[in-house]
Design a protein around this ligand. Structure first.
Ligand code: HEC
Length: 111
């Protein structure tokens, strides 16, 4: 138990590192990437502009990252997304996920 404070300190410093840079995703870098690589289908605001593309605004960051990694690894396949994901680095994935997940959406239930 005496070791606990050291362990906690290590955890805090790791969390501190992941709070910045590539791990957390850079929202503005993600916006710039989305403008060139995603916008034509998903919209810059994450509102899909082609019927078969998903809306991404307000989506969970973890979900976006998981899907892009799955396309890139070939675990999820789609003729367009598999190619697009293969061109994304880890930083790109974190950044575009940060961008789309940070867009606030409002929900209105049908009457
Ligand atoms: C040429 C059109 C096109 C472009 C460009 C494109 N996508 Fe897609 N995206 C699609 C389509 C179509 C789907 C649905 C694929 C499927 O059914 O698996 C999709 C699916 C996704 C999904 C899964 C959504 C879900 O609900 O599971 C994510 C995440 C995604 N795209 C992110 C991106 C990102 C990030 C970019 C830019 C780096 C991008 N896409 C560029 C067409 C596109």
């Amino acid at each position: 138990m005496k070791r606990f404070p050291i362990f906690a300190a290590v955890l805090i410093s790791v969390a501190g590192l992941s709070g910045k840079g590539a791990f957390a995703g850079d929202i503005m870098a993600g916006k710039a990437k989305a403008e060139t690589a995603c916008q034509v289908c998903h919209g810059l605001d994450g509102r899909a502009v082609v019927p078969m593309a998903a809306n991404l605004s307000g989506q969970q960051k973890e979900y976006i990252v998981a899907q892009l990694e799955a396309y890139r690894a070939g675990k999820r396949q789609h003729e367009q997304m598999s190619i697009i994901a293969s061109m994304l680095g880890d930083d790109d994935i974190e950044n575009v996920a940060a961008w789309y997940s940070s867009i606030k959406i409002t929900i209105e239930m049908p009457n």
